[in-house]
Design a protein around this ligand. Structure first.
Ligand SMILES: [Zn+2]
Length: 642
């Protein structure tokens, strides 16, 4: 029977559309799921949405919608995002699912029967935003929520309580039992301190709203709703069938709960206490990551600097984006998204180190051996092979403790060994002296490095690694992983397939830069519908740009430039404008004389290769082609485009 592996993202609260933080958490969970599958395990990958609570009830009401309709809309956005990203979860659970609600009620009943729930009077400082009660000592400035900083209100109600205090000692024992229980390790101290400070019983029902799971019949108290956190945390077992037959409960306990650092206490204190009460096993790893900023600034809708993860993936590829997030930021620390840093990773690590190694291999294999390479034996690269084996052996603990930045850094040393071997060995000289067997050995060695690298990188960059595997003629699956990684095997011959470069170098930023936060005046909070429109310009800003129709009178290539044409364009001004345009790779000069084009007429003149350019021609450029933007039919020169 296969080993089972259970990994979860949090279930996302439907008060916000998916942003980079959600993408980061889910991508990490997906990476773990893919890796476990490659190790031959049977994987259950759970994600979903948390849909109950007062905040959702209020948000729906303010839009004139029922909570169910509102929650469905936002929940769908998460499913769309993961589908778009090719993230294959086993189940997308919603707390509004019937089996989840039944499971939560079953859990409440079990805790009740175990004597862990009692009714009492509760008065406390309540934060509506976080749906949490705080004690006097926890409040900031005597009245503000310590998590979100908003004002709290005093709430007094009759409530059911969970005997959290009863589990304090067992929790502390549990924290001490495994040093990797809470990742990063630095976060564990916070949790231990919190528990040592004394755990008070937890109010686990509310009467202030209705959008949630009702108490089970055993309580016969219909006006109470189960506290959203008890409701939400239970998803990790109701998804496996807890309370409804337990079909997949053999996946429990979770190998990893991946969460954001703001919800660590709920996962590391309340959740295991609930599990203890239910006599269920405790999770093996709880891993809390940090926040993302953009160019060093906090992201917010009002600042207009929120990154849409989908736009980044569209512009730079999801694989490159995932690589950047995992390579650039040590897990658990706060990370900064800067396009320049992403582009540097693409051009350096991906295009230069990895992509170029594959290019060099394919280029030489084609030139010297018609793409079929076979090694007689590989004694010559013994030292390099030993180094490679040692690096690969050291990778597993880095991955298991989620030190992806170190994992990737180490893995890249393997590609460096390959590039260095080519440089040192100088196969082009060996070919001249007739040592083609030795060159074949080198290429087989390099192909092995790429094969091993692709398998180890595949959980993070699945599409690019599938492309590498196709070029090498290998499959990425549990069997090849076992042969090449676990057993340290080396393949003796390859039949390669030529392909385009794996990563194109990025010459300029592909997305608009974030607005300058300092200069930003306060912009009203955008509605949900327009939340994805970023970096907006006003109609007044747009009106400053004068786009005019003109006719190209003459065109010639700029000397010593592959890309530039020198054009003269009639914009209906009496004379002609001189414009330097980067379209030479796509248009022959003769072919565009007489063509009408759209020109930015009030662009500040600039010198390009020493030639003054007095405007810019508009064109649409995609990966492979460029097309001039032209009026549909003949239009008077100088006509304004609006
Ligand atoms: Zn709060």
């Amino acid at each position: 029977m296969k080993d089972k592996f259970f990994v979860t993202s949090p279930i996302y609260y439907v008060n916000d559309v998916p942003h980079i933080g959600h993408a980061y958490t889910t991508i990490i969970a997906a990476v773990l799921a893919r890796e476990a599958a490659l190790r031959g395990k049977e994987v259950f990958f759970l994600t979903g949405t948390d849909e109950h609570g007062q905040k959702i009830e209020q948000a729906a009401a303010s839009r004139g919608e029922t909570p169910a309709v509102y929650a469905e809309k936002i929940s769908a956005k998460f499913r769309e995002m993961w589908d778009y990203f090719g993230i294959k979860y086993t189940r997308f659970i919603r707390t509004t699912d019937a089996d989840h609600k039944a499971g939560v009620q079953a859990a409440f009943e079990k805790m009740w029967q175990n004597g862990d729930i009692y009714k009492g009077e509760f008065e406390g400082h309540y934060c509506v935003s976080c749906e949490a009660f705080w004690t006097d000592t926890q409040l900031m400035d005597g009245e503000l929520c310590p998590d979100c900083g908003k004002a709290t209100t005093i709430l007094k109600e009759e409530n059911y309580f969970f005997k959290l205090s009863k589990y304090q000692d067992r929790l502390l024992e549990w924290y001490a039992s495994d040093e990797n229980l809470i990742l990063p390790k630095s976060r564990k101290n916070e949790v231990v301190r919190f528990a040592q400070g004394g755990l008070q019983d937890l109010s686990i029902t509310r009467t202030t709203f209705e959008w949630g799971v009702k108490l089970p019949a055993i309580a016969s108290d219909p006006k109470h709703i189960i506290y959203v956190w008890l409701d939400a945390l239970m998803n990790y077992v109701t998804a496996l069938g807890y309370g409804t037959g337990g079909k997949n409960m053999d996946f429990w306990a979770a190998d990893y709960h991946i969460i954001g650092k703001d919800i660590l206490r709920f996962h590391a204190v309340y959740w295991p206490a609930f599990l203890m009460s239910l006599n269920l096993a405790l999770p093996k790893r709880i891993a809390a990551h940090g926040w993302w900023t953009r160019d060093g600034a906090k992201m917010s809708k009002s600042k207009g600097n929120v990154i849409n993860p989908r736009e980044v993936a569209d512009a730079y590829s999801l694989d490159a984006f995932s690589y950047f997030m995992l390579r650039d930021v040590p897990f658990g620390q706060d990370g900064d998204f800067a396009q320049k840093a992403l582009v540097d990773r693409i051009n350096g690590d991906l295009a230069n180190d990895l992509g170029n190694l594959l290019n060099r291999l394919l280029g030489m294999a084609e030139k010297y051996f018609a793409l079929a390479i076979k090694a007689v034996n590989l004694p010559r690269f013994g030292e390099e092979k030993k180094q490679t084996d040692a690096i690969i052996e050291g990778l597993a603990p880095l991955f298991e403790s989620l030190q992806f930045h170190r994992y990737l850094e180490e893995l890249w040393r393997v590609f460096t060994i390959g590039n260095k071997a080519i440089n040192d060995f100088k196969p082009w000289e060996k070919m001249k002296t007739g040592d083609s067997d030795q060159v074949a050995e080198l290429l087989v060695f390099v192909a092995n490095l790429l094969a091993k690298g692709a398998i180890l990188l595949a959980p993070i960059m699945p599409s690019k690694c599938a492309a590498i595997a196709a070029a090498l003629g290998i499959a990425i699956n549990a069997e090849t992983r076992k042969n090449l990684i676990e057993q340290g095997g080396w393949i003796a011959n390859f039949t390669l397939t030529k392909r385009d470069p794996l990563f194109a170098r990025v010459e300029a930023l592909l997305l608009p830069e974030a607005p300058n936060i300092a200069a930003e005046s306060s912009v009203a909070e955008k509605s949900l519908a327009s939340a994805t429109l970023q970096n907006c310009v006003s109609i007044d800003d747009f009106a400053k740009v004068a786009i005019k129709v003109g006719t190209i009178l003459s065109a010639k290539k700029v000397e010593k430039s592959a890309k530039l044409l020198l054009l003269s364009v009639d914009l209906g001004e009496g004379g002609a404008r001189q414009i330097v345009s980067g379209i030479s790779e796509f248009y022959e000069p003769e072919a565009i004389v007489g063509a009408q084009v759209c020109v930015i007429a009030n662009l500040k003149p600039a010198k390009i290769m020493g030639i003054e350019s007095e405007g810019m021609i508009l064109a649409a450029k995609d990966k492979n082609s460029l097309k001039l933007i032209r009026p549909e039919s003949l239009t008077e020169n100088g006509t304004l485009v609006k």
